[in-house]
Write a protein that binds this ligand. Structure first.
Ligand code: LMR
Length: 318
């Protein structure tokens, strides 16, 4: 553990900005990291967590990290392509991960480490992958079959794979910052959206969407990243303390995510504002058939090798 704070020295401030609510897997994990980092560094760091896009919205936060205005972020993996790291969009492919085990075979293993290393030449150090969960679809009409999406304007994150997914369903994708999704749905700028139950519940999306389909068609998770110069310049003992805190916060994050999403889904169902539908086996088959071409179409963008490596890792875990 760290040697401890020098007597009288002010703690090193680490600003950790994110766009989600505190009561989500990411929000809770960020607070867990704050607690552990401050403890393991004996007060040598002061981690300041800014949730809910308080400090920066989606696009701005990556610029702010590279400029050093903020030290730590956990953007969703769908938001890395604008940095030039298109491989991360592999995580957005529909139905690529059959379950959390298959996903963890990628994110918590060598392949995940190799993917994080791709951030190095962007001035960013990738520390960990944190789960949120599997996405569900919502709109103001029932979404049973792909044909129900035809003509709907659907909000997506800034991922070309997510756009291709909506197009394959016959919808019109619109990339919108997370902080603006509620208003975009409320004002009819978009008709529907996809997100995890925890994000949907904490953003109060049930107030503006009559129907949701528990499709679990795609994954939403995060890479926890730091400004590389900030990280490299840390005293070695302090960095070791932060690495320990991050390792434990990651176990915590990935341990609570599934349960948090299940609880959020139950809360929304109990609230009764939105009608939730589980896909029947036939409907699931139709969704998978409609979405199957997305992976091949997007392979050149993601990287054929990355896609093959992810498929091999998930197949081994399934
Ligand atoms: C979204 O934009 O829907 C998510 O990435 C938000 C988040 O950070 O969970």
């Amino acid at each position: 553990m760290a040697q401890g704070n020098l007597a009288g020295a002010a703690p090193l401030v680490i600003k950790f900005s994110h766009v989600a609510a505190p009561d989500t897997p990411k929000g809770k994990a960020a607070l867990k990291f704050e607690e552990l980092a401050e403890r393991y560094s004996n007060g040598g760091v002061d981690v300041q967590v800014y949730p809910n896009s308080q400090l920066y919205k989606d696009k701005e936060e990556l610029d702010a990290l590279q400029l050093g205005a903020v030290q730590m972020l956990a953007p969703s993996l769908a938001k890395f392509a604008p940095l030039g790291v298109q491989d991360f969009e592999v995580f957005d492919l529909p139905f690529i991960f059959p379950n959390y085990d298959a996903l963890h075979a990628v994110t918590q293993g060598d392949l995940g480490r190799a993917m994080l290393a791709k951030l190095q030449d962007k001035g960013i150090t990738g520390l960990a992958f944190w789960d949120n969960g599997f996405k569900i679809m919502s709109a103001n009409r029932p979404l049973y079959l792909p044909k129900d999406f035809i003509g709907l304007q659907m909000r997506v994150q800034s991922s070309r794979v997510s756009e291709a997914q909506m197009i394959a369903l016959g919808a019109v994708p619109q990339a919108i910052a997370f902080s603006e999704v509620y208003q975009a749905l409320q004002t009819g700028v978009v008709d529907g959206a996809e997100n995890t139950p925890s994000n949907m519940a904490t953003q109060r999306i049930t107030q503006v969407q009559k129907y949701a389909t528990v499709s679990n068609h795609g994954y939403l998770g995060y890479a926890v990243i730091v400004n590389q110069k900030f990280w490299d310049d840390l005293p070695a003992d302090l960095r070791a303390a932060l690495e320990q805190a991050m390792a434990e916060a990651t176990v915590y994050a990935n341990g609570i995510a599934k349960g948090e999403n299940e609880a959020a889904l139950q809360r929304m169902k109990a609230e009764g504002l939105t009608t939730f539908h589980d896909l029947t086996p036939d409907e699931l088959t139709a969704w998978k058939a409609a979405l199957a071409p997305v992976a091949d179409a997007m392979a050149p963008r993601i990287g054929v090798e990355t896609l093959a490596a992810v498929r091999a890792a998930t197949a081994a875990a399934d």
